[in-house]
Design a protein around this ligand. Structure first.
Ligand code: SF4
Ligand code: SF4
Length: 292
């Protein structure tokens, strides 16, 4: 059921740019809708990424998340990309999420330490037996060792912040306490409720209705504050749109600024503002909206 939404201020430019630099991944996480993806696995060229970030930078964006679906560190020029972003856009806040599988590579750790404002490592579980079940394809020993090395090499520096993240589901619930203990050396630990993709993953959330309500936003602000670009250079609805089913514009033909101010996104924002977001199929079944 749709609810009348609160008014959300439309930013003159998005605060955050999410850009899918690669759809390649070496994991098969149970929470991931990858098996439902109809798009091809590929990586965006370095030139295209920098060109898009430049457009965002010119609009005023100062935070970039170079990932969407896929493990960003598998991009063939990942290290080069991080340094290029850092050097060209002085002061940009780079936020990187990773499954941690490539943290044993010293060049990748150094690039994270030299360029990022925050690195979040997703590890669904504290015990190896749980991680193997929730994140097949990724070696839990390697991930944990890589994260510890990253933390040690950062030393007393305050940047980047290093966060450990776990999705809460029946398989991981009993690991919460241990996860807190193991990763107290991080700057932050987040327990993410499983509020998306349930239909596509067959993983049932362990949260009840009340916990959902407490855990999620009361109004989806995605379309008002951030912009999401798929590896095909399409501007898509948000990070939930892993199949790029709602295209707001095409950067192969339009500018980022024109898309942000364009008719398609305006009409979708309008439906959100008028409490008619359920007219958009993806929003109608999205956890952010459905459980408030
Ligand atoms: S690491 Fe990320 S993209 Fe890869 S399978 Fe897991 S959730 Fe999906
Ligand atoms: S799918 Fe969900 S997160 Fe995305 S715009 Fe719609 S309500 Fe917001």
């Amino acid at each position: 059921m749709c609810k009348e939404s609160e008014k959300v201020k439309i930013e003159t430019f998005p605060k955050v740019l999410h850009i899918e630099i690669t759809t390649m991944c070496n994991a098969r996480c149970v929470i991931c809708p990858r098996k439902c993806i109809k798009r091809k696995n590929k990586s965006m060229s370095l030139d295209d990424i920098l060109d898009i970030v430049q457009q965002g930078w010119d609009m005023g964006i100062r935070e970039v998340h170079p990932h969407l679906l896929g493990e960003p560190a598998l991009h063939p020029q990942f290290v080069e990309l991080l340094y290029a972003l850092h050097k060209r856009f002085v002061g940009i806040h780079i936020v990187s999420y990773t499954n941690g599988s490539r943290l044993m590579d010293p060049q990748i750790r150094k690039a994270y330490l030299d360029t990022c404002g925050r690195v979040t490592i997703s590890m669904d579980g504290a015990r190896s037996s749980v991680m193997r079940k929730t994140r097949p394809g990724v070696n839990p020993f390697i991930v944990r060792k890589g994260v510890k090395l990253l933390i040690n090499e950062r030393g007393s520096n305050l940047s980047p912040q290093i966060f450990a993240r776990m999705t809460v589901m029946p398989d991981t619930e009993n690991d919460k306490e241990l996860f807190n203990r193991v990763w107290q050396c991080c700057d932050g630990i987040s327990f993410l409720p499983l509020i998306r993709f349930e239909k596509d993953t067959n993983v049932t959330s362990s949260l009840n209705q009340r916990q959902y309500t407490e855990a999620i936003h009361h109004m989806c602000d995605r379309l008002f504050t951030s912009i999401t670009i798929s590896v095909e250079k399409k501007v898509i609805l948000c990070c939930c749109d892993y199949n790029a089913s709602v295209v707001l514009g095409d950067l192969n033909k339009q500018s980022l600024s024109d898309i942000w101010n364009g008719d398609v996104i305006t009409s979708i924002r309008d439906r959100h503002q008028k409490g008619k977001a359920c007219e958009i199929p993806l929003c109608a079944t999205c956890g952010y909206f459905n459980f408030v």
